[in-house]
Structures are given as C-alpha cells and as structure tokens.
Design a protein around this ligand. Structure first.
Ligand SMILES: C[S@@+](CC[C@H](N)C(=O)[O-])C[C@H]1O[C@@H](n2cnc3c(N)ncnc32)[C@H](O)[C@@H]1O
Length: 363
C-alpha cells in the first residue's frame, strides 16, 4: 500500500513543524480540510467559522475546535490575530461588478467578509479555494474584482487551477487556488507545485467495510465497454488517470453514469441527483454501487481516523463541499520553500550589509 493513501502526503520531514510559529483562521470551514493541511505543517488554528450545524459538529469531533457561526455577523476585531487566512468561500456574483468600486463592489457577498477581515488583520498569507468556474464567472469580472481588491489591500496574488487527480488523489477535481502574500513579506514570486502524475486509481482506495455499501440492482444497467487488463494502468497512464465511463443506467444522465475502478473517481459533489447521486456509480466486484463515506474521505485526502457524519446524506454533502487536502499540502510545501528562501536571502542581505559596513569602518 502506498504511503499517501490513507494519510496526509509524505511531507518532507524538515517541513513537518515548519509552520509551528504560524496561527491560521479557517473561514467557511466545512469539515476542516484546510485545518488538516495546515496542522500537518505545525500551524495552529485560532478561529474557525461555519454556519452549518452538521458540519460544525463533525469539525468539533475531529479537530476538537468549535467553529463560530455566520461570518457575516462576526466583527473582524473579535477574530484572533493570525498569520494565515484560509477560505474555501462560496462563489457569488458581485451585484455591482464593473463599477470598479473595488471593496464596495463586493458588499453583501461572502468575499466582502474575507476582505474586511484581511483589511483589519493584514495576515501574511491568504490561501483561498473555489470552483474553477470562478475564473470565467460574470465574464471574468468576479476574478478581476477579487484580484483588484487584494492588490488594493497590499497583497501579491497568484492563482492557478489544479486537479486533485494530478496530486496523488484518484479523483477528478479541478479547483482554482489563490495564494497571496502581504507586500510586507517581500514575497512576490510564488509558484504553484508541479503535478506529480502518480499512477493511482480508485481501486487503490476501496473500502473493505461492506456495511456502508448499497448495491444498485436495476433492469436498465448497460455496461457497454469491457476493460480486463489491469497492467494497462502502467502502460498508458494518460488514458487511465481520469474517470473511465464504461456504462450507464437509465439514460446516462447526472448520477447515472457507471465508471471503472481502474480509472479515477468523478468529482465528488455536494448536490446532484440520480441513483449515483454525489459520488457517481462504479462497477466494483461485478456489482454497481456508489462510493462509501470512507472512500469519499480518502478521495479528499482525509486521514483514516477521520470521524464522518452518521447521516449518510450529510456526510456525502460535506465531502462534496470539502477541499482536497493533498493538493493544499503540496501548495503549502511551496509556500514554506518560498518563505525559507526569502528568509535566507534576507539574512544574506543583512550579512552583506554588515560586511560592507565592516569594510567601510576598516577603510
Ligand atoms: C465550499 S464549502 C468549504 C468547505 C471546507 N473548505 C472543507 O474543507 O470542508 C463552503 C462552506 O461555507 C459555509 N458557509 C456558507 N455561508 C456561510 C456563512 N455566512 N458563515 C459561515 N459559513 C458559511 C457552508 O456551510 C459550507 O460548509
């Protein structure tokens, strides 16, 4: 079994406590994907906000930290000081976008709440995640407004769409990630991690607890593609490192497509209908089924001891909403590298200045 499978990624040992002096806040916290990722590098959570009572309960069970409720009702001055602000915020149209009022354009949206907290606390680093469509949302105006506001608040921002499928998780999940550094850090050259393209498949993370499995038995199941050669996974990665549809039920609409476990899972979703609602359907051990809660947890990089919701529908919704922890960990490793580089170059400049000063004194 590979190291990555049931726990956080194989973090470089020298980085495991690299952020132990850093405090973070977890906005739109869900079940705490950001929390796991940052904690794996030693950072400490000092505030979280989540208004869904089911998600809050699960957050508390796993992180022993109770999120506050609706962020729109919490004053920025009541939030503890922090170095890193994280938010997987819901994407909303900025109703007066295009008027170029920056900060004010977002009033009444949840990005406004992020911005007002950032304005007050000026954390060193912002780590944001959203659906990939945010880039094209409102003909690009949403993205433009976000970048402009962050620039006005003195941040240098980089953003990129990354797919969990390319970062050791067998789930096709494309999301846009933002990393912003406050100008006072002097960091303006952050680069996102390169895809690892590991050979992983849904088969590697399957659950052995059959109690959570519900077999789909219907007359209208149609498996039209046969795949019998597991070794292909190593011969032609490009065709297997993605979902492989092999059949359908009914008309093959949403939640009605059947996939092969030698490929990747489709994007876990918080909504969606059909008999394979939220996870899709898979042909596993000659039977058709949805994924189990543990499989969903693994597909998002949650550790094996993660306690999920007793309600299946809540658990599926929570995993569909959550962030891919592994992708965050790769991003955070790059953040740590750039911080170390900046600190070293700062030390070097100080050394050079000191040496220069000494020479001048000797002259
Ligand atoms: C996309 S999910 C983020 C999930 C999270 N990143 C995780 O890893 O589980 C957005 C979350 O924001 C929460 N939310 C939406 N509006 C909120 C508000 N006004 N105050 C607090 N939480 C809110 C939702 O309940 C949802 O759980």
């Amino acid at each position: 079994m590979k190291l990555w499978t049931f726990d956080v990624i194989d973090i470089l040992s020298q980085y495991k406590s690299a952020l132990s002096d850093y405090k973070f806040i977890d906005l739109f916290a869900g079940i705490g994907g950001f929390h796991y990722a940052l904690k794996s590098f030693g950072a400490e959570c000092v505030f979280a906000s989540e208004w869904d009572r089911y998600a809050t309960k699960i957050y508390f069970k796993n992180h022993h930290f109770l999120p506050e409720g609706d962020i729109t009702k919490i004053k920025e001055e009541e939030i503890a000081e922090h170095d890193i602000l994280c938010a997987g915020f819901p994407c909303q149209a900025f109703s007066i976008s295009g008027k170029q009022n920056g900060f004010n354009d977002t009033r009444g949206t949840l990005f406004f709440d992020i911005a007002r907290i950032v304005k007050f606390h000026k954390p060193k680093i912002l780590l944001l995640e959203n659906v990939k469509n945010l880039i094209k949302h409102d003909s690009g105006n949403t993205l433009k407004t976000i970048l402009k506001i962050l620039e006005d608040l003195d941040y240098h921002t980089e953003y990129k769409i990354l797919n969990a499928s390319h970062f050791v998780l067998p789930q096709n999940r494309e999301r846009v990630y933002f990393v912003a550094f406050h100008n006072s850090t002097g960091i303006n050259n952050f680069t996102f991690p390169e895809a690892t393209y590991e050979n992983v498949s849904l088969q590697d993370i399957l659950d052995s607890d059959l109690s959570d499995i519900k077999i789909v038995e219907r007359d209208d199941i149609n498996i039209y593609k046969k795949i019998n050669t597991p070794n292909h996974i190593f011969e032609n990665v490009s065709c297997f490192n993605k979902p492989m549809q092999i059949g359908k039920v009914n008309k093959g609409g949403q939640g009605e497509r059947i996939y092969h476990p030698l490929g990747h899972a489709i994007t876990l979703s918080a909504h969606g209908g059909g008999v394979g609602s939220k996870t899709g359907l898979y042909l596993i051990d000659k039977k058709i089924r949805r994924l189990t809660r543990r499989e969903c947890a693994r597909l998002q990089g949650f550790p094996e001891d993660f306690i999920f919701d007793e309600s299946k529908s809540q658990a599926y919704k929570q995993f569909g909403n959550s962030v891919a922890i592994n992708v965050l960990q790769y991003i955070i490793q790059n953040i740590i590298e750039i911080i170390i580089k900046e600190l070293n170059s700062h030390d070097k400049q100080t050394e050079l200045r000191l040496a220069d000063g000494k020479e001048r004194i000797q002259e």
